[in-house]
Design a protein around this ligand. Structure first.
Ligand SMILES: [Zn+2]
Ligand SMILES: [Zn+2]
Length: 124
C-alpha cells in the first residue's frame, strides 16, 4: 500500500478516523495518541472518543442506579412480604417473597456488571 498523498512512499499507517493510507511524514498523532492524517481528523476523533467516554460513564452509573433501585424494591417486597405473612395474609406474602428474591438477584447482577464494566474501562 502506498501513501495517499505521496504515491512514491510506502504507507506505514492508516488514519484511524478516515482510513487514509499514510507514510511516516504524513502520520500525525491525535491527543489520545492515535494515528491520524490531519488536525481535522484528530479533532473529529477526539469528539468521537469523548462521546464514547460519556456514554460509557453513563451506562455504568445507570446500571448502578438500576441495580440499587432493584435492591431497594427487593427490600420493600421482602419487608411487605414478612409483614403480610406475620399478619396472616400469607398468600400475598408468599407472592411477594419470590418477587423480592428476583429483584434482589437481578439488582446484584446489575451492580456486578457495572463494577466489572468500570474495572474494564479503567484498565483500557
Ligand atoms: Zn484522516
Ligand atoms: Zn505521505
Amino acid at each position: 500500500m502506498k501513501c495517499s498523498t505521496h504515491p512514491n512512499a510506502d504507507a506505514t499507517a492508516v488514519c484511524i478516523h478516515c482510513g487514509q493510507a499514510l507514510c511516516p511524514s504524513c502520520t500525525t498523532k491525535s491527543e489520545s495518541g492515535r494515528v491520524v492524517c490531519s488536525a481535522a481528523c484528530s479533532a473529529a476523533l477526539l469528539r468521537t472518543e469523548q462521546a464514547l467516554d460519556s456514554l460509557r460513564a453513563r451506562s455504568v452509573s445507570s446500571l448502578r442506579s438500576a441495580g440499587s433501585m432493584m435492591l431497594a424494591t427487593a427490600v420493600v417486597f421482602a419487608g411487605f412480604g414478612s409483614f403480610e405473612v406475620y399478619s396472616g395474609v400469607a398468600r400475598l406474602g408468599f407472592l411477594l417473597f419470590p418477587a423480592g428474591l428476583v429483584f434482589g438477584i437481578t439488582g446484584l447482577a446489575y451492580l456486578r456488571i457495572a463494577k466489572r464494566k468500570e474495572q474494564r474501562d479503567n484498565a483500557a
